[in-house]
Design a protein around this ligand. Structure first.
Ligand SMILES: Nc1ncnc2c1ncn2[C@@H]1O[C@H](COP(=O)(O)OP(=O)(O)OP(=O)(O)O)[C@@H](O)[C@H]1O
Length: 444
């Protein structure tokens, strides 16, 4: 770009930024009585100095009248400029220059080389009682997706953790919700029963907390969920936390398939009256066939009920309540991987896959939900048809490949520290710490 054009753009942006900061300054002064003192002091000192100097000039008669008039005009102009500069300074956040320079250092600029202008910085109290800082920038043409792609670098440059990136004022401004880098999510968040959501419908569960708020999933809206993460990332604990909440609601049946023999699910789960465990592939194929039959049965019942098109309407209107059924698998590769299987077993896997596909496609309306977890970075394990019908996906600590498979981006690899346990990121980029809980809750 030509230097003169660049300079023109710089001065246009700088002018725009100054106008916005002037507006902020005016608002701040109007809304903050303490700021009035500064303005009044400034105006008084200008009036007193002007009065004294001009009077002395007149008294001495040393200057001709036109010169006095010119000097007076210049003095008033300087006073107004001073006032504008004072207002702009009041509307400029502390450390604005430092923050903008830090962004420039990592090359976070638009095509003309302009750095976003920091317009406002204020504190915000979140739903969970945490205080976070909001940095509001004039985006200078840098779209939200560009900020998201550079999130890790921006966080390092500003020495913060970014909790959320949000557009405002159309797409002209970007808000960063940040906390100091050493004050992020805790390594462990203990579950307590006040978190339990007893609201109707039964489908809301809480997964954990982000820097801003609790992370909640409503299975009435998002029917199925996929949890990914490397070994030891906390998938089983997250899955168990979800299932624990579901089992403590009425009208819910949980079925867990674990071909590893159920080592991760103690007797508390096996003995629960509404929890069924499946440890064998043949039994699983048969069970899923029956689940698809149940889905078809529900389809007919609901279709025959006037004005109902899904389980939510049906349960609201009819005395004969249909339970929600949650089918969970701790390692989906265990049940879908055909490697090393004989012909009969491969046929069983194909049956399982067909059933899962049908449930993934149609389960929502009929109250049959899938909760699938995997650690295997193998794109072929989960067919596109199943994966594409699972709208809510979270991923724990993972490499680029697994993160791509689960989230279709590398956010988990970039944003979840390699030693994190129970830390996840969802599809919209929210990082959260899952709850840690004691399984004995289920015995109550
Ligand atoms: N929410 C959490 N808070 C704190 N620590 C956790 C949390 N979740 C898991 N951990 C820790 O991580 C360990 C591994 O958790 P988990 O068994 O759920 O991992 P995983 O991803 O299922 O592993 P694998 O794939 O090997 O089964 C737990 O024993 C616990 O020490």
């Amino acid at each position: 770009m030509l230097t003169c054009k660049k300079n023109e753009l710089y001065s246009e942006t700088a002018h725009h930024g100054a106008m916005l900061r002037f507006g902020n300054g005016v608002n701040k002064i109007i809304c903050t009585p303490a700021e009035w003192v500064g303005i009044i002091a400034y105006l008084l000192s200008i009036a007193v100095v002007g009065h004294v100097v001009l009077r002395r000039m007149n008294n001495t008669g040393a200057f001709a009248t036109p010169l006095v008039t010119t000097m007076t005009a210049l003095y008033i102009a300087a006073a107004i400029l001073g006032l504008v500069a004072f207002i702009i300074s009041r509307g400029t956040p502390h450390h604005a220059r430092k923050i903008e320079n830090n962004l420039a250092r990592i090359g976070f600029t638009n095509a003309a080389g302009e750095v976003p202008i920091l317009l406002q910085s204020y504190w915000h109290r979140t739903e969970s009682g945490r205080t976070v800082q909001v940095l509001e920038f004039l985006a200078c043409g840098l779209a939200k997706s560009v900020w998201e792609n550079k999130q890790v670098e921006i966080a390092a440059a500003l020495n913060v953790q970014v909790a959320r990136i949000e557009e405002c004022d159309g797409k002209r401004r970007i808000r960063l919700y940040v906390v100091p880098a050493d004050n992020g999510l805790p390594d462990r968040l203990d579950w307590h029963d006040d978190l339990m959501n007893h609201e109707y419908p039964v489908c809301k569960v809480i997964l954990g907390e982000s820097l801003l708020e609790p992370v909640v999933v409503d299975f009435n809206v998002i029917p199925h969920m996929l949890v990914g993460g490397g070994t030891g990332s906390g998938k089983t604990v997250l899955l168990r936390c979800i299932l624990m909440q579901l089992l403590r609601k009425s009208g819910v049946e949980v079925v867990i398939a674990d071909l590893k023999g159920g080592a991760d699910f103690s007797s508390v789960w096996r003995n629960h009256p509404h929890c069924k465990m499946i440890f064998d592939r043949a039994e699983l194929a048969e069970y899923l066939d029956k689940l698809v039959e149940e889905l078809n049965r529900r389809k007919e019942i609901i279709a025959q009920t006037d004005g109902c098109c899904n389980i939510y309407d049906y349960n609201n209107r009819c005395a004969l309540y249909l339970d929600r059924i949650f089918f969970a698998v701790d390692e989906v590769a265990e049940i879908l991987d055909k490697t090393g299987l004989d012909k009969a077993e491969k046929e069983q896997v194909a049956r399982i896959e067909r059933s899962l596909s049908t449930i993934a496609r149609l389960g929502r309306a009929f109250g049959i939900h899938l909760l699938l977890a995997t650690q295997r970075p193998d794109a072929n394990i989960l067919s596109g048809q199943i994966k594409n019908n699972i709208a809510y996906r979270v991923c724990g600590r993972a490499d680029n490949v697994l993160s791509m498979i689960i989230l279709d981006n590398t956010d988990a690899a970039n944003q979840i520290p390699s030693d994190a346990r129970g830390r996840f990121i969802n599809g919209d980029g929210t990082v959260f710490q899952g709850y840690w809980f004691n399984e004995s809750i289920l015995e109550d």
